[in-house]
Design a protein around this ligand. Structure first.
Ligand code: 3H9
Length: 689
């Protein structure tokens, strides 16, 4: 293997270049290469100063995440950085693109830092469930002071080079596009000035009046259940209390503790799946069709949201509505969405001014669109009418997409003369905000059409997940299943509020009753499928129907499971409806612990997830994880339901389901895939490869 670190000299300047595509991660070979280069520079009498630079599009992307969880191989990064810092001749880091995590820590081990304008500089480790473990928590406060260091380390959000210079993280910010040239120029100046090595670890941490206990309580509130942020703050605190060497030991101890947590495991799973999920084997080498103009049918909440998403991505949009009034209403909704995006800094004023939207009642206006997405009323008849029109006006090769959330996309496709061009694009509301996009692929869809859908998702900044055709696709099919598990618990004695609270403590953004209120209690019964049939083995939540009959449809009416005013409160009417349902079913309420609530809910979710993979609706367990993480408020630090199942152990999950099945064997039957994997002590992870 060639050495990923090159050492060369230009006059009196040694240039050390790290070349480890795609992101110059600090894997073992790079660490060894840097250590060797540092030693060589120490003994190279011709070189008086060194510049470390990254080849390719960025400086250094951080530690090699794929090595986490394996035994660390020497030299470990903290030692490499200490070696660089201990050099008697000065070393300059020349940063372009990004210096992240261990990458920034290498720069902090250098004696001087220059960054090109626009470079992203930060310590994103908490996003991976760890903390900067190669001196970052000790050196950063010495340069920036405690508050700015905490901001960087606890938020994990990078700053740009301009801000980095303001807070003292880099010495100089320069215009230009060549870090090597910038580094050489700065090193030349330093040489001329007679600059010497200037280890950050020798500097004092500026004093601070911070109330650490209050800050810790604050973090506990802000990141409930998560450990990395609080540990990271503890490490910074150590920098304020201990000499550098001692502080470093404390940083390492806290870092190693985090390395052992399931949260670290879950977050790293989420990091890789975010990238892997759109990387479908079936699309290798398949060219997407061009996407230059978008059509949208329907200007309701979904249609307007989809149009907004496309406009935010700079795509021209033509939106078709049934009347001039409806078209101008859509115009206004979209304008409001875009103005909001400008306010939140998601869109520049210039881009806002350039947004190219046409609203019309004329289908012919779509003749030049490359992709059209319909978001009309959820009725097969209405969809057929729309697709008839699209069949007539769309140019050859255009992609015809439906945003249906449960109708059979194969049937919609089959009613056109071009089923190969039809695909489902299931956006989540609000469509210009939510990250998830389910790409629903009927059998006859051409691979280039699927590839185009994935390309579009990327352009829109969405995480696309492939789903086969079934009722509810991946996300809603699972949702109806675990919501039923919650209903079963309510019928047997748990309160909706206890369930919400237990699941929110587990990490969900919202419990199921809050979600139901948000969606609207009249939107599909919880126990019947969308066609009104009762699902086998599932309890019928009379209480939700009773609420709807009362006009309490959730948030939109101000009352559902909760009453929505200035504060949110439990709806006192709910209990009577539940009591009536229990009486009707002849059930005496029993107590549930929060643990049992979480276990049952998760078992239902995992079991249905396994069926979905088994049936090929999801190709891999990671696709199921992605849907729940990016569209259903599943806590990222738990990695997704299938990852969580692996952590708990599949035979434990199976045992629980078998136990619940004693009372309700129809609902609680073990999914065959879960059974097979549990038999051989396997994991869902095997199926992600
Ligand atoms: C750390 O540094 C710990 C230290 O404090 C302590 C150590 C003791 N490792 O995102 P992309 C892969 S923790 C391994 O699509 P972009 C990625 O999976 C680390 N692989 O590119 C993908 O692979 P594939 C702190 C990595 O241009 C490919 O590279 N650092 C790593 O959109 C391209 O990635 C971070 O948290 C890695 N560190 O964005 C930074 N990074 O092609 C994490 C990426 O097979 N990385 N890959 O799908 C990022 O944020 C972005 O990748 C970056 C580039 C902004 C750098």
């Amino acid at each position: 293997m060639t050495n990923p670190v090159r050492y060369e000299t230009e006059g009196q300047i040694a240039v050390i270049t790290v070349n480890n595509p795609p992101v110059n991660a600090l894997g073992h070979a790079v660490r060894q290469g840097l250590m060797d280069a540092a030693n060589r520079f120490a003994g190279d009498d011709a070189a008086q100063i060194a510049v470390i630079v990254g080849a390719g599009r960025l400086f250094l992307g951080g530690a090699d995440i794929s090595e986490f969880g394996k035994t660390p191989q020497d030299p470990i990064l903290p030692d490499v950085i200490d070696r660089i810092e201990a050099l008697e001749k000065p070393v300059v880091a020349a940063i372009h693109g990004a210096a992240l995590g261990g990458g920034l820590e290498v720069a902090l081990g250098c004696h001087y830092r220059v960054a090109l304008k626009g470079a992203k500089i930060g310590l994103p480790e908490v996003g991976l469930g760890i903390l900067p473990g190669a001196g970052g928590t000790q050196r950063t406060p010495r340069l920036t002071g405690v508050e700015d260091a905490l901001d960087l380390i606890v938020s994990g959000k990078p700053v740009d080079a301009t801000r980095a210079q303001v807070i003292g993280l880099v010495d100089r910010m320069v215009e230009g596009d060549d870090a090597r040239i910038a580094g050489l120029a700065y090193a030349g100046e330093l040489l001329e000035m007679g600059a010497t090595a200037r280890p950050v670890s020798d500097m004092d941490v500026p004093s601070s009046e911070l109330d650490w206990e209050a800050r810790d309580a604050d973090l506990e509130r802000k990141f409930p259940g998560q450990v990395a942020q609080r540990h990271a703050a503890k490490a910074v605190r150590a920098a304020t209390q201990l000499p550098f060497a001692e502080g470093r030991k404390e940083e390492r101890r806290l870092f190693m503790e985090l390395m052992e947590t399931p949260q670290r495991d879950g977050l790293i799973h989420a990091f890789f799946l975010e990238r892997k999920v759109s990387n479908l084997p079936e699309l290798q080498g398949v060219e997407p069709r061009p996407i230059k103009a978008i059509g949208v049918i329907g200007g309701g909440t979904m249609g307007s949201g989809i149009a907004t998403a496309a406009l935010l991505a700079g795509l021209p949009v033509t939106l078709v509505e049934t009347s001039v009034e409806a078209a101008s209403k859509a115009d206004a909704t979209i304008a409001k969405n875009l103005d909001g995006a400008v306010k939140r800094g998601k869109m520049t004023e210039a881009k806002r001014a350039a947004a190219d939207l046409t609203t019309t009642t004329d289908y012919e206006a779509l003749s030049e669109a490359d992709v059209v997405i319909e978001a009309v009323f959820e009725s097969m008849d209405v969809k057929h009418q729309v697709f008839d029109q699209l069949d007539r006006v769309m140019k050859d090769g255009a992609v015809l997409a439906t945003n249906t959330s449960y109708l059979d996309v194969t049937k919609i496709a089959g009613a056109t003369k071009r089923p190969q061009d039809v695909i489902g694009l299931h956006f989540f509301s609000p469509a210009h905000v939510m990250k998830l996009l389910e790409v629903v692929v009927p059998e006859r869809t051409a691979p280039e059409v699927t590839a185009t859908a994935f390309r579009l998702a990327k352009t829109l900044g969405k995480t696309a997940v492939r789903s086969g055709v079934c009722d509810g696709f991946i996300g809603n099919r699972m949702l109806s299943h675990y919501r039923s598990a919650a209903d079963e618990m309510i019928l047997q004695g748990a309160s909706p509020y206890q369930i919400d609270a237990a699941l929110e403590r587990f990490g969900f953004a919202m419990g199921p009753s809050k979600v139901a209120d948000l969606a609207g209690l009249d939107i599909g019964s919880m126990t019947r499928d969308r066609k009104g049939r009762d699902l086998p083995g599932i309890v019928n939540p009379d209480w939700a129907d009773a609420l709807v009959e009362n006009g309490d449809k959730g948030r939109k009416t101000g009352k559902g499971f909760y009453v929505y005013g200035d504060d949110m409160a439990e709806n006192p009417d709910v209990q009577a409806h539940i009591d009536a349902a229990r009486e009707k079913a002849g059930i005496t309420a029993r107590d549930f612990t929060d643990t049992e609530i979480v276990e049952r809910y998760m078992a239902a979710m995992i079991n249905e997830g396994a069926r979905i993979v088994d049936e090929g609706i999801a190709q891999r367990p990671l696709d199921v994880d992605a849907v729940k993480l990016f569209g259903y408020g599943f806590p990222r630090y738990r990695g997704g339901p299938m990852k969580y199942a692996d952590q708990v152990g599949l035979s434990t999950i199976r045992d629980r389901i078998t136990r619940y099945a004693k009372d309700n064997p129809t609902f609680w039957s073990v999914a065959p895939m879960l059974d097979t994997l549990a038999d051989r002590d396997g994991k869902f992870e095997e199926l992600n490869q």
